[in-house]
Design a protein around this ligand. Structure first.
Ligand SMILES: [Mn+2]
Length: 245
């Protein structure tokens, strides 16, 4: 007699992280990520919701800097399905990165279905619509034409340009209020209206918290320091927070 498939999609365990902002020379945080990868080897899927890397200036330029991290991702991919969404810092991740790591790049928003539960996964910066200058800058920088031109520039130019952009961005952030840089509730509601049965998981704002709204719960992932990281663990039965240390 045929047995029901006990390893169906509904049984899987999933880990979700975001905003590690890894730097090539940041040994502490790289080791923390290594410990996370050890824990993650026993799960089915790992979602990285953007800004895994602090800067990514094209696969040809940035891959050599991050070889230790690339190796960790490659090893993790052997036991878990690793799905990566780009953030505002690493939106130039591309196919050579995919080939070297065997991770998959996914679009935002991504609908994750686990048992009876649905989760909308997104980096979160597109929800911060009060920050109009940021959204304007994003639409220029992440435009396919801009990206295509940028990755063809000489490496030295790219390094210089990214340094200049970073300085501008830091200055701009200092002049903005905390509220402007958080998600806009109406934008969140508009997104979630398209997914009436789902909860929301996002990063970007670095404000780890759980907001229980009428129609959905919004789980915000925190960023990682050199000594402490955070993740969300989901099964078909439950959702819980994990601390990585
Ligand atoms: Mn971000």
């Amino acid at each position: 007699m045929l047995q029901p498939n006990t390893h169906s999609q509904t049984d899987k365990t999933v880990l979700v992280i975001a905003d590690l902002h890894l730097l090539a020379n940041d040994v502490g945080k790289s080791q923390l990520f290594e410990r996370f990868c050890q824990q993650a080897k026993s799960v089915d899927q790992v979602f990285i919701l953007g800004d895994l890397f602090n800067t990514w200036l094209g696969d040809d330029l940035s891959l050599p800097y991050y070889q230790a991290i690339i190796q960790l991702l490659k090893d993790l991919s052997k036991s878990a399905d690793v799905l990566i969404m780009t953030g505002n810092r690493d939106f130039l991740l591309n196919q050579t990165f995919v080939q070297q790591t065997n991770c998959r790049l996914i679009n935002t928003p991504y609908l994750l279905e686990l048992g009876k539960h649905q989760y909308v996964l997104t980096h979160g910066d597109e929800l911060c619509t009060d920050d109009e200058s940021y959204q304007q800058m994003k639409s220029i920088l992440q435009h396919p034409i801009t990206k295509a031109i940028f990755v063809r520039l000489p490496k030295q130019w790219r390094l210089k340009l990214s340094g200049q952009l970073r300085k501008k961005s830091i200055n701009a952030q200092q002049a903005k209020s905390r509220e402007i840089m958080d998600v806009n509730p109406q934008t969140v509601n508009e997104l979630m209206a398209k997914y009436p049965d789902a909860d929301l998981i996002h990063g970007h704002t670095h404000r780890l918290n759980t907001h229980v709204e009428k129609a959905f719960t919004r789980y915000v992932l925190g960023d990682w320091s050199d000594s402490k990281g955070n993740a969300i663990k989901i099964t078909s039965q439950s959702l819980s927070r994990l601390e990585i240390s």
